[in-house]
Design a protein. Sequence first.
Length: 295
Amino acid sequence: MSKIASTFSRLVRFIPRSNRSSILIGEPVDPKLDVGLALYQGKDVPVHPFSGPSVLNPGQRTEKTEIIERLLSPLAQNEVGSIRCIGLNYVSHAAEMKLSIPDVPTLFIKPSTSLADPWPAPTILPKITQQDNTGDYESEMAIVIGRNAKDVSEEDALDYVLGYTASNDISSRTSPMNQSQWCFSKGFDTACPIGPALVSAAQFPDASQFKIRGLKDGQVLQDCPLTDLIFSVPQLISFLSQGTTLPAGTIILTGTPPGVGAAKNPKEFLKAGDEFAVELLPHVGTLVTKMEHQQ
């Protein structure tokens, strides 16, 4: 794991109630609290701020206490560069899509402009998605790289992991998805909310022990352990780093489990007013996103 990972258990990036013009990094006081769910329910969430400016450079924990006014994505847009995304990485998702198990990971990229904050920040369904109302959800675990990685072996891959968080790979199933490349219809602004917390790789070294659920307006639509992954975290990092530098701050979305809206009968797509929650347990918590239409 990245050396930085040993300096914290989990971090949130937030605007404090005491100074709404500042952005802080900190560790929730209650180590078991689901930060995203607590904030959604209107509860106060106390945090011990860290001295550093970023999860990539958190500094040291202070004994001060701040209350979260607004939760932000664990990393800012200018910290992530591109977002590496893996398609078709759960055995059961491949089955529901009636597709063969891939021999190598399928990669597409989201731009940093697709990054979005957790609730109450919305995900905007663009006009092109509204044409046939085929916005879709994809609950995913995200890996955050803690130091530059290139030509990494599977045996050394976890040495580069800073931590893990949750993401929703918001997609448009409209005509652009007929393209051989998926970047366009998965890369719209706000199409990649992440959060609520970044859990240290030191706190949770075996990502296969996570369990992920996706809930639309409280109804469970996705529910799967990460033991169903086709390509593991070490395999993904090693593959993606071959001949390519993955800078510190790189986000890797690891694919979605079964239950996506496009695979259901009838289809279960997103519309304005829907709330979708990605629950990644233990430790990470619940990433809640509300959908809005672009006007």
